[in-house]
Design a protein around this ligand. Structure first.
Ligand SMILES: Cc1cc2nc3c(=O)[nH]c(=O)nc-3n(C[C@H](O)[C@H](O)[C@H](O)COP(=O)(O)O)c2cc1C
Length: 371
């Protein structure tokens, strides 16, 4: 259960996070030229730009091997620490995959980074979608819901190790007997994010996560997920916050922004997109309800590998700001954003979009007070 301040539904400013491009090829499966690099120097500078632009979080990715042509992948925890060392306010969310990681090592690594950075590290517990990756590194590929059962035990273990002395736990995957971690993480405790939209993913979020991340979608579809999770979460007393993925194309005119989207789609790498689609749809089909994060994704949706075009943050700064506020109305607490040319577009977003969002939020607040 969350130890963080709970959101005052709709009253707090919406937060912004960006995807760290620590995997080569950017955030679209397309041959369109991208002025984005996966290397350390580019990413350190990007983190500084994002912090300056008003972003609260950066999210790293974990891949041991990728099925869609993302050839190089820096490891997420070590990379997160490098970004934290280059910044002073930004929080960095390190992706962690149960299986390769166990909670003992993760809790210790993250506690140390938390101590080194004044509590600016967070984690995103991911549950796996690529069976080929597991095969390549000799990890057993569990059934869909078993992966989430393991992730839930992983999260319960992390939280127990971080908050209790003499921690004991008897799970099917992990066991602890009077274990005391010292030092514990700095305050505030690392927030626990998780990704996934399937029934099992939502139920896990409702029970144990601080944050639920989901793929891009329309405000109505997101609202349905938020209501579903909040209703379930009420049973356990948890109140997970909601983060939604979006691929932003902000340009001075809508026509320019739409033209960029068209070019990304025209230059999509069909083999890589199909291979990716095959993997994620298979992973989702293995869930008992036969659905998953990508159950309804079309070829065009899959070109941005977490359905980021569907959120439609594509247009002028005014249009995008209004759509972000509509997401907030649907119950979203955080917009997780990807860009084509990260450094310059994150700076543009900070200059032109965030102030418009804040102005719309302030106007709503004034209206609410007047009423
Ligand atoms: C915002 C977000 C970030 C994710 N990051 C990663 C990652 O870095 N590595 C990874 O293997 N899976 C990642 N995932 C995948 C999820 O952990 C999960 O396996 C996937 O969404 C399947 O969900 P499903 O059960 O709803 O089909 C991410 C998912 C989301 C929504």
């Amino acid at each position: 259960m969350s130890s963080h301040p709970q959101p005052q539904n709709g009253q707090e400013p919406i937060r912004f996070a960006y995807w760290v491009p620590n995997v080569s090829g950017g955030l679209v499966i397309s041959k369109i030229p991208q002025r984005t690099s996966w290397d350390a120097d580019y990413n350190r500078r990007l983190a500084q730009i994002a912090e300056e632009a008003g972003f609260d979080y950066a999210l790293t990715q974990i891949r041991f091997t990728a099925g869609y042509g993302a050839e190089y992948q820096h490891e997420s925890v070590a990379f997160s620490h490098a970004l934290l060392a280059a910044t002073s306010r930004l929080k960095v969310i390190a992706a962690i995959l149960p299986g390769p990681w166990n909670p003992t090592l993760a809790a210790k690594q993250i506690a140390t980074i938390s101590q080194l950075t004044g509590g600016r590290i967070a984690v995103n517990i991911v549950s796996g979608w690529f069976s080929g990756e597991f095969r390549a590194i000799g990890e057993p590929w569990l059934d869909h819901d078993e992966r989430y059962r393991r992730s839930e035990e992983f999260i319960r273990s992390l939280r127990g190790i971080w908050t209790k002395d003499d921690f004991s736990f008897r799970g099917d995957f992990y066991r602890y007997t009077h274990y005391t971690l010292k030092p514990k993480p700095a305050e505030p405790l690392p927030e626990i994010f998780q990704g996934g939209s399937s029934r099992a993913a939502r139920d896990m979020a409702a029970r144990v996560s601080d944050w639920y991340f989901t793929n891009g979608n329309t405000p109505d579809a997101i609202k349905a997920q938020v209501e579903d999770i909040r209703a379930k979460a009420a049973e356990s007393g948890n109140r997970p916050r909601i983060g939604v993925n979006a691929f932003v194309i902000a340009r001075d005119t809508e026509a320019e922004a739409r033209a960029v989207l068209q070019e990304i789609l025209d230059q999509a790498d069909p083999e890589a997109v199909k291979a990716f689609g095959h993997e994620v749809k298979n992973a989702g089909k293995a869930s008992p309800e036969g659905e998953g994060n990508w159950a309804k994704s079309s070829f065009d949706d899959l070109v941005q590998y977490n359905d980021g075009f569907k959120t439609n943050l594509i247009g002028t700064p005014d249009q995008i700001a209004e759509r972000i506020v509509a997401l907030k109305d649907a119950g979203v607490d955080l917009a997780l954003l990807a860009f084509l040319h990260f450094q310059e577009e994150v700076a543009y977003f900070g200059e032109h979009v965030i102030p418009r969002v804040r102005a719309l939020e302030a106007a709503r607040e004034r209206r609410a007070e007047a009423a």
